[in-house]
Write a protein that binds this ligand. Structure first.
Ligand code: FMN
Length: 357
C-alpha cells in the first residue's frame, strides 16, 4: 500500500505550467516509436483525460525532403494536450519541422535528445546531441525562434557511466529557451537495461527552474510515487509500463490527485481494449496496422491461464478477423475458467517486455 505525502499531493493538485500552457495533470505518456500512434493515444486519452501525450518521434529531415506531412505527426483536435516530438541535428530542419508541428495543432514541440539507436545517433541526432551540447543549445534556440508554442527537450543522463553530463546539458537547454525537460535516467550505453538512476533527476531538479519530468522504470503507481518522492520532479512520464496497458497514466494521475487506487482492469477488460486497439489499427493503417498490432496484442495477453498460448497465436495473426477470433475465444475461455488471475499486474508486463528485448 502506497501513500502520497502531503507535500506531494499538494504539488500534484496544482497545474503543470510549460511556458504559456497549463496542464491539469503532471503525469505524462511518453513518446514511443512504433507504439504511440493516433490509435494508441486515443486509448490512453480515454483513461487519462488531462495528461500530455506525445507522438512517435518524427524525422525533421523526412519532413524537409518530402512535401507531405508525415502520418506519424497526424493528430486529432480532441487529443490536446499533445506534443509532437521531432528528431534531427540540423537547427534549420528542426525549426522548419516545428512550424509544421504547429500547423498540425501541437501544443508543444519536443526535441528528441535521448534516442540511443545507432541509425539515429550516427547521423548526429537523438542521444548523440548529449555529446554536442553547443549544437543542442543552438537547436533549441532556433526552434524557439521559429514557433510560439513551448519547446521542450527529452534526453538521458549522459552517454555512458564515464560521461554523465546531464547537469551541464540541462542547464544549457534551459538557458537556450527550453520550457521543460524530461530526463530518462539512463545513459545512452545502458539502452533500456539496468536501473534508471533517479538520483540524477533529483540533481537536475536542484539546478533548473523550468519543470523537470522524471522518466525511467515507472511501471506502477508505487514506482511513480517512489520516483517523485526521491527526485522532487515536477511530473512523471510513463513509458514501457503502458505497453499493452493504456490504463497506467490515468491510474497514476488518479492516485496522485486523490490518494486512492482506481480498480485494476480485469483480464477480460484488457482483452476488450486489445480488441478495440486491433480494430483501430486496421481502420487507420490497414494491413500494415495488422502487422504492427501483433506486438501490441501479445502485450495485452498476460496474467491468466492460457495467456502464453494466446500470445503465441496473436503474434501470427494475418487479419483483423483472425485477431478478433483469437481474442473472443480467449475472453470466452476466461469467462468459463475459474483459475483465472482476474487482475493484470503491470510489473509482470514489464518483465515480459524486458525478456523480449
Ligand atoms: C519501443 C520504444 C520506443 C521508444 N521510442 C521513443 C521515441 O520515439 N522518443 C523518445 O523520446 N523516447 C522513446 N523511447 C524511450 C521512452 O520514451 C522512455 O524514455 C524509456 O522507455 C524509459 O522509460 P521506462 O523505463 O519507463 O520504459 C522509446 C522506448 C521504447 C521501449
Amino acid at each position: 500500500m502506497t501513500f502520497v505525502s502531503t507535500k506531494l499531493s499538494q504539488k500534484f493538485s496544482t497545474p503543470l505550467i510549460i511556458g504559456n500552457i497549463t496542464l491539469k495533470s503532471r503525469v505524462l505518456q511518453s513518446p514511443l516509436s512504433g507504439v504511440t500512434d493516433l490509435v494508441f493515444r486515443r486509448l490512453v486519452r480515454r483513461y487519462a483525460p488531462d495528461s500530455m501525450l506525445y507522438t512517435e518521434m518524427v524525422s525533421a529531415a523526412d519532413l524537409h525532403y518530402r512535401s507531405a506531412l508525415s502520418k506519424l505527426m497526424e493528430i486529432d483536435r480532441l487529443e490536446t494536450p499533445i506534443s509532437i516530438q521531432l528528431f534531427d541535428c540540423r537547427p534549420d530542419f528542426l525549426a522548419e519541422a516545428a512550424q509544421k508541428a504547429v500547423f498540425e495543432g501541437a501544443d508543444t514541440v519536443d526535441i528528441n535528445m535521448g534516442c540511443p539507436v545507432n541509425k539515429i545517433t550516427k547521423k548526429g541526432g537523438g542521444s548523440s546531441l548529449l555529446r554536442q551540447p553547443e549544437l543542442a543549445a543552438l537547436i533549441v534556440r532556433s526552434v524557439v525562434e521559429a514557433v510560439d508554442i513551448p519547446v521542450t527537450v527529452k534526453t538521458r543522463i549522459g552517454w555512458d557511466d564515464h560521461e554523465i553530463t546531464i547537469l551541464d546539458f540541462a542547464k544549457r537547454m534551459e538557458d537556450a529557451g527550453a520550457k521543460m525537460i524530461t530526463v530518462h535516467a539512463r545513459t545512452r550505453s545502458q539502452g533500456y537495461t539496468g536501473n534508471a538512476k533517479w538520483d540524477w533527476i533529483r540533481k537536475v531538479k536542484e539546478v533548473l527552474t523550468i519543470p523537470v519530468i522524471a522518466n525511467g522504470d515507472i511501471f506502477s503507481v508505487e514506482n511513480a510515487i517512489a520516483c517523485l518522492e526521491q527526485t522532487g520532479a515536477d511530473g512523471v512520464m510513463c513509458s514501457r509500463g503502458t505497453l499493452g496497458y493504456p490504463f497506467l497514466v490515468g491510474q497514476v494521475d488518479h492516485f496522485l490527485k486523490t490518494g486512492e487506487y482506481l480498480p485494476k482492469p480485469t483480464a477480460i477488460e484488457c482483452l476488450q481494449v486489445a480488441k478495440e486497439h486491433l480494430q483501430g489499427l486496421w481502420d487507420y493503417k490497414g494491413i500494415r496496422g495488422i502487422r504492427q498490432s501483433r506486438k501490441h496484442m501479445t502485450w495485452y495477453a498476460k496474467g491468466f491461464v492460457g495467456a502464453a498460448a494466446l500470445r503465441d497465436r496473436l503474434c501470427r495473426i494475418e487479419s483483423v478477423q483472425d485477431g478478433m477470433d483469437c481474442l473472443d475465444r480467449a475472453i470466452e475461455h476466461i469467462e468459463s475458467n475459474k483459475d483465472v488471475f482476474a487482475v493484470i499486474n503491470p510489473e509482470d508486463m514489464a518483465e515480459m517486455i524486458a525478456m523480449k528485448q
